[in-house]
Design a binder for this molecule. Structure first.
Ligand SMILES: [Mg+2]
Length: 336
């Protein structure tokens, strides 16, 4: 979950060294999930795994066992959503340090399984172990395609319109609130931010709809922030991108005393919204057909032929490269 220094480089190394060769394999290391087609199967199976480490991915005192259970399964389901797959099963491995009560454990599993069920994902096994001092959670989730349609990070083409679901920076605002000592609030906007961070909602229905629409070229979920994830989508598709700053659906609610909402939208992680590309000719159809019951979609820019070059422009700002982290470098002098 949490980004690792040089993560992209390490993944590339693993891809080069250990990419499996199998007639079942449709997609191996390097996407949101792996995709296989078992012999004689009519649908693809989609497999993903995600780990949450105490004090790296979460703080015990900032959440509850129930919310932690919800988040643990949600981040895995988000990766299935990113492929357009329908969730089916998952297993969970949990390492618990001394002092964790049986009640803590059942509340954790209650939160997890209720959220799983609400997305049709059923718990089918796992492992329990002990740890010295920290909680470790690792989930493997399995989904399946519908009509063999899955979406990869590759497949985007120059000229495609780039879209995101929902708003960006909400979870990062929630994290800032928690860091500032805010655990509970009566403010609706603050509660939305805390919820986005502590109990994100995976975009399973939207991912499935987008894959079935036949209008989408490529897709991923936003776990590490737009400025980290967009280059990954572009790299997999062999394209570049032009982003329009004023189009980004920023979580504008004034929940923080300081902190720029645009910076949070670009560089804050864990929004678990979907990022996808649509050929220009399909834009109108997409916007007409996209169900109004889903969180909205917003076009934020387009893919370009300049592979690996991610540019951002905005009113009153020079068109510049989007830095992979640290909005400070983009905005120039005068900001922190
Ligand atoms: Mg992902």
């Amino acid at each position: 979950m949490t980004r690792l220094t040089g993560e992209n480089r390490i993944i590339r190394l693993l891809q080069e060294r250990y990419q499996a060769d199998s007639s079942w394999l449709e997609k191996g290391i390097g996407d949101d999930a792996a995709v296989i087609t078992p012999r004689n199967a009519s649908e693809h199976q989609v497999i993903t795994t995600d780990m949450l480490l105490e004090d790296v991915d979460f703080r015990r005192e900032w959440t509850t066992p129930r919310l932690l259970g919800i988040k643990s399964i949600a981040v895995n389901l988000s990766d299935l959503a990113a492929m357009g797959a329908r969730p089916v099963f998952y297993t969970v491995s949990l390492a618990i340090p001394p002092g964790i009560s049986e009640r803590w454990i059942t509340e954790f599993y209650d939160g997890m399984t209720e959220t799983g069920i609400s997305h049709d994902a059923k718990l089918i096994g796992g492992d329990l172990s002990s740890s010295e001092s920290k909680i470790v959670i690792s989930i493997t989730a399995v989904g399946e395609s519908v009509n063999r349609k899955v979406l990869y990070r590759s497949g985007g083409l120059p000229g495609d319109a780039l879209y995101v679901t929902g708003t960006l920076g909400r979870s990062a605002a929630g994290l800032r609130l928690l860091q500032a000592g805010c655990r509970q609030t009566r403010s609706r906007a603050r509660q939305q931010a805390l919820d986005a961070h502590r109990r994100p909602e995976p975009r399973c229905e939207m991912g499935l709809w987008l894959a079935q629409s036949g209008l989408v070229h490529c897709m991923m979920d936003l776990s590490d922030g737009l400025s980290m994830d967009l280059p990954r989508l572009c790299a997999a598709s062999g394209v570049g991108a032009d982003i329009h700053l004023e189009s980004i659906p920023v979580f504008h609610k004034a929940v923080l005393r300081d902190g720029d909402p645009v910076e949070l939208a670009l560089h804050g992680g864990e929004d678990y919204e979907l990022l996808f590309s649509v050929p220009n000719a399909g834009r109108k159809l997409l916007e007409q057909r996209y169900p109004s019951r889903f969180p909205g979609i917003t076009m934020i820019g387009e893919m370009t032929a300049k592979a690996g070059t991610i540019m951002i422009s905005g009113p009153g700002k020079k068109r510049r490269r989007l830095p992979e982290r640290g909005y400070d470098h983009f905005s120039g002098a005068g900001r922190g």
